[in-house]
Design a protein around this ligand. Structure first.
Ligand code: FAD
Ligand code: NAI
Length: 465
């Protein structure tokens, strides 16, 4: 029987990063993964394929609509099979890269479905049906998440799609209805709108992207609407009927009122994700997940000794970089080191055009907590690089403690906002004051100057606006 220091169930960002860190620290480690490739949701059907399509479709739209302004005359033709092929090739290169890192760090990949079979035991059913039992000092649950369902709307990935189906459509829909104005709905809705679909987003709440700073979300919605995306807020979908050629949805105002019927070629259901913790043998070690399926943890420790849980399977933002952070922390804890994750400093990025990125608190959260704050805001219309590039949508906003000037939250909407937010993650990790950023030289001409100018705005001496 194979014996390990650590067996991780799940080979996504939580699992593979944990395995690599364990190997680096000299622990014997195996990852049990049921997919044919490593990398989990993120590499196979999440972050990476969606970003590949977002990039390619953004280039297509630029070529179609914006190149002429720059004096470049082209008439682009969409080659969807090639777009899908380059996406698949990039994904394969990335998943193979993880296999290489496993070899380099002496982590074993045990292919198959893992199940906890009592303390220190993981049973693996391989693709051929054979069963192996692994013995281990520590079990780490990193089984991730899956799309949430909606009663009355059955995903068949033919006409009614989840995110995985929406990443592999064989044609550009004439019309696409997205249920849920969250990150998946807006990213994948943007992909298909850019490629030619008429996209309508139906959202239960009276705003888009809950959790995003409200002022930023308003600007974001306005920009997406300008691009041609339609929104139906405060509406709930109560049923869906699909045929060979399309889908009919029944939609009802949340506040009550007339029921409406909407028709489209395809529907994308994107109303959130739930932890994937079924069939895992949790009962064999006495773990009871909460009502939504999340495993409760205290510093990644579950209620069962020697069993840990990380990533999307536990509470917190369902993001790859959060899963990675959890994994390093749990392995370092197992190795007897001190480890800590600051969940307040987990950034979020929506990879649309423009991008939206933020870290720390929103204005709404600060108001609710009764924290007095100062805000500095700088529009990209006043940033020279944005102007030169004809990319002036959006702004950067810095929120700082009214008394101490410590930066409490940063919200950026604009092209490459995701690249700009890292600076503020570092600043906030060092508990910087907004004046620290305001007095730091930034290269000219760059978009990062808008981030600095927003910090200057907190001090009341913005130079350029
Ligand atoms: P997962 O990546 O879900 O991995 C879990 C793995 O465990 C899976 O491979 C599964 O097959 C395996 N598994 C489950 N149960 C068993 C079992 N019993 N035995 C063996 N194997 C098992 N996050 C970002 O930060 N940035 C993004 O841009 C981003 N884009 C996304 C786009 C989409 C369309 C989606 C769906 C998600 C996106 N996410 C993004 C979220 C990100 O993918 C997840 O937060 C991340 O993958 C979570 O990592 P994880 O390792 O916890 O779980
Ligand atoms: P989400 O939680 O981001 O958004 C779901 C949206 O659906 C919300 O606006 C919610 O109010 C709405 N909703 C819920 N029930 C509804 C109903 N019955 N009818 C209409 N609307 C309804 O979830 P989403 O977009 O599915 O993404 C899941 C998770 O995946 C994200 O929260 C994020 O953690 C991760 N992700 C991250 C990405 C990134 O970092 N760029 C990209 C894609 C996904």
């Amino acid at each position: 029987m194979a014996q390990y220091d650590v067996v991780i169930i799940g080979g996504g960002p939580a699992g593979y990063n944990g395995a690599i860190r364990a190997g680096q620290l000299g622990l014997s480690v195996a990852v049990v993964e049921k997919r044919e490739t490593l990398g989990g949701t993120c590499l196979n059907v999440g972050c990476m394929p969606s970003k590949a399509l977002l990039h390619a479709s953004e280039m297509y739209e630029l070529a179609n609509k914006d190149f002429a302004t720059l004096g470049i005359e082209v008439t682009p033709t969409l080659n969807l099979p090639q777009m899908m092929k380059q996406k698949a090739e990039s994904v394969t290169a990335l998943t193979k890269g993880i296999e290489f890192l496993f070899k380099k760090n002496k982590a074993d990949w045990i292919k198959g479905m893992g199940k906890i079979a009592g303390p220190g035991k993981v049973e693996v059913t391989g693709p051929d049906g054979s069963v192996t039992v692994l013995e281990t000092k520590n079990i780490v649950i990193a089984t991730g998440s899956e799309p949430s369902g909606l009663p009355g709307v059955t995903v068949d990935n033919k006409r009614i799609l989840d995110s995985t189906g929406a990443l592999t459509l064989p044609e550009v829909p004439k019309s696409l209805i997205v249920i849920g104005a969250g990150i998946i709905g807006l990213e994948l809705g943007s992909v298909w709108r850019r490629l030619g679909a008429e996209v309508t987003v139906v959202e239960f709440l009276d705003r888009i992207t809950p959790g995003m700073d409200a002022e930023t979300a308003k600007t974001f919605q306005r920009t997406l609407t300008k691009q041609g995306m339609a929104f139906k807020l405060g509406s709930k979908v109560t049923g869906a009927k699909s045929s060979k050629t399309g889908v009919t949805l029944t939609v009802e105002p949340v506040a009550g009122g007339e029921i409406e019927t909407l028709a489209a070629d395809y529907v994308l259901l994107a109303i959130g994700r739930r932890p994937f913790t079924q069939g895992l043998g949790l009962e064999s070690v006495g773990i009871v997940p909460d009502k939504r399926g999340f495993i409760e943890t205290d510093h990644f420790k579950t209620s069962a000794p020697g069993v840990w849980a990380i990533g999307d399977a536990i509470h917190g933002p369902m993001l790859a970089h959060k899963a990675e952070e959890d994994s390093v922390a749990v392995i370092e804890t197992i190795a007897g080191k001190y480890a800590h994750v600051d969940y307040n400093l987990v950034p979020s990025v929506v990879y649309t055009y423009p991008e939206v990125a933020w870290v720390g608190k929103t204005e709404e959260q600060l108001k609710e907590a009764g924290i007095a704050y100062k805000a500095g805001k700088f529009p990209f219309t006043a940033n020279s690089r944005a102007k030169i590039n004809h990319e002036t949508d959006g702004f950067a906003k810095v929120l700082a403690d009214a008394k101490t000037d410590e930066i409490l939250g940063v919200h950026i909407i604009g092209p490459q906002a995701g690249e700009m937010i890292g600076e503020y993650c570092v600043a906030m990790a060092f508990r910087a004051a907004s004046e620290d950023v305001a007095r730091t030289v930034h290269p000219h001409p760059t978009r990062s100057e808008a981030g600095r100018q927003a910090a200057m705005g907190v001090e009341g001496w913005t130079m350029q606006a």
